[in-house]
Every structure is written in structure tokens, then in C-alpha cells.
Design a binder for this molecule. Structure first.
Ligand code: PLP
Length: 288
């Protein structure tokens, strides 16, 4: 495995080797919200006939159309936006039909019986579902299916709230930096504008100005919940350095652009004014 900076297709191209079989990337990375250059990577993968595998958890439909990037396979957590209510676990692999599996070197002969575009998924089903047992419980499937009915409406609201909140925080004197693809100052803002419909997603991160205490701020929030999950109807806030990236240690965190004062927000569907008021009062209680 080689690790590329997927915001730059040149970096992916530079790491390509004759035995490369797959390029895997998320659409938007967590927590610093870098946006992958998915169109250019898709074109490159098509030229080289390698599988382009996208993790689309952060930008579910209708926010982003994975098929038009030429992606072969898409994986998405169903636990997050797609179910939306934080009450179920699940995941999905989708074959978008863009990849010609006939040349792929590792498909077992007895999975080469279905329609050619289905070979990859057939093997994934046999090995993932049948051999390993990754099967969704019926109750979970039901919760996901009912959540899915409102996905498009929820995403519009999630994105709207995220944009409003990002703008408010960006202009607040106690916030040193906001990472959100919807802000013009974001490094991949124009790339995000090009590939996303109807909004820029609902994950954003912020750095408090130096000297302000992350936990004081989090404890002062009343509507917003401190939790590690994302893609929920409720707005969730997470101190990043002390939780999900704790084990990486300070040096690696610094390389990843993760400060000790960074907080990740997964913006929900609450009333926009209520949400901004909650951040406003919590920041007022924090430092001076
Ligand atoms: C959470 C997450 C996953 C894993 O999903 P689970 O449903 O929690 O197993 C995969 N990819 C991304 C980008 C995620 O945020």
C-alpha cells in the first residue's frame, strides 16, 4: 500500500506501479475536511484500468454523484447519514457498473458466471457475507430503510446548518480556524464546488484560539452533544486530539494538521438559530 495525497491527482499518478490494483479514497477526509480530486483520480484509474474504490460516507446521495467520477465500487457506512438517527449499525458496498472485471486478476473462476459487471460484487458477497457472516439483521435493515426515506431532505438541512454555522464560527474572535469545504478560504473549495450538489457536507472542524480550554467549551454547549459519532440528526461535537486521534501521538497529529484545540462537528438538522445561539453562549462562557 502506498499513501497518496488524494487532493492532488499528480501524487496518485506518481505512486502508480505496474502491480497497482486499486485506488481507495474517501471523498472528504475527517477531521480536516480535505476534498479528494475524485474526477481526476477516476479518469486516471480508467486509463490504467484499476479499480477506483470510494468511501462515500461523508457525501451520500444526493450530495455527490459517485458514478460520474467513474468509481468502480462505493462503500458507505449506513450508520451515519443514510440511516441518520444514530440508532443502527450497517454498511454497504455498491458496484456502479463502471469497471470491467474481466481483466481483474483475482476473481475466482466460479464467480465468473454472472453478468461481467457483477463479478467483483459476487466475490465480495461470497467472501464477505457468506464466509465471514457480515449480514445485516432484519431490525437494522428496517431502521435503515425508514431513515433512507428522508435522506435527501435531511442532507439539505444538514448542509444548510453546516454552512451557516461555519460562517458564524469563521467570523467569531474566539475561533482561530474553521475547516469546511463550503468556505471560500478552504484549500479545495473550488474542487468541492465542482463535485458536490446542494451543499458542502455537514462535517466541519474548528480550532479554538490558543489558551481556550476545549473541555470547558464542550461542557458549556447545551443543545449540542459531545459524542464520537457523525452523520446524525443531532449536532455532535468531539475533541479530536484526546479521542479518535489520541493514539497517533502529537507528532503525527501535527503532520495531519490536527491541533490540540481542534473540535470536530457533525452538524445536525436542528433549528439553525438555536444551533448558532448554543455555540455563541458556549463561546461566551469560555475564556474572556
Ligand atoms: C464511520 C465511518 C466508517 C465506518 O462506518 P461504521 O458504520 O461506523 O462501521 C467508514 N468510513 C467513514 C468515512 C466513516 O466515517
Amino acid at each position: 500500500i502506498s499513501y497518496a495525497d488524494v487532493t492532488k491527482v499528480e501524487d496518485v499518478k506518481a505512486l502508480y506501479q505496474p502491480n497497482t490494483r486499486m485506488v481507495f479514497t474517501e471523498t472528504v477526509a475527517n477531521p480536516v475536511t480535505q476534498v479528494a480530486d475524485v474526477r481526476s483520480i477516476g479518469q486516471f484509474c480508467a486509463e490504467k484500468n484499476v479499480v477506483f474504490f470510494l468511501d462515500n460516507t461523508m457525501t451520500p446521495p444526493p450530495l455527490f454523484d459517485a458514478k460520474q467520477t467513474g468509481a468502480s465500487l462505493v462503500v458507505s457506512s449506513l450508520t451515519k447519514y443514510i440511516s441518520g438517527h444514530g440508532n443502527v449499525l450497517g454498511g454497504v458496498v455498491v458496484d456502479l457498473g463502471n469497471y470491467d472485471w474481466t481483466g481483474y486478476p483475482n476473481i475466482a473462476d466460479f464467480y465468473k458466471v454472472a453478468e461481467k459487471t457483477q463479478w467483483g460484487l459476487t466475490q465480495i458477497k461470497k467472501k464477505g457475507l457468506r464466509d465471514i457472516g457480515g449480514t445485516l439483521a432484519p431490525g437494522s435493515a428496517h431502521a435503515i430503510a425508514t431513515g433512507l426515506e428522508t435522506l435527501a431532505m435531511r442532507m439539505e438541512r444538514n448542509c444548510h446548518n453546516a454552512m451557516e454555522l461555519a460562517t458564524f464560527l469563521h467570523n467569531h474572535p474566539k475561533i482561530a480556524h474553521v475547516y469546511y469545504p463550503g468556505l471560500v478560504g478552504h484549500e479545495q473549495h473550488f474542487l468541492a464546488r465542482d463535485i458536490m450538489n446542494k451543499g458542502y457536507g455537514a462535517i466541519l472542524s474548528l480550532d479554538l484560539v490558543e489558551g481556550l480550554d476545549v473541555n470547558t467549551f464542550l461542557n458549556a454547549l447545551s443543545l449540542v452533544i459531545s459524542a464520537t459519532h457523525l452523520g446524525d440528526n443531532r449536532t455532535l461535537a468531539l475533541p479530536v486530539a484526546s479521542t479518535i486521534f489520541y493514539e497517533n501521538g502529537p507528532e503525527e497529529r501535527a503532520k495531519m494538521g490536527i491541533s490540540d484545540g481542534m473540535i470536530r462537528l457533525s452538524v445536525g438538522i436542528e433549528d439553525t438559530e438555536d444551533l448558532i445561539k448554543d455555540f455563541d453562549q458556549a463561546l461566551a462562557q469560555c475564556g474572556n
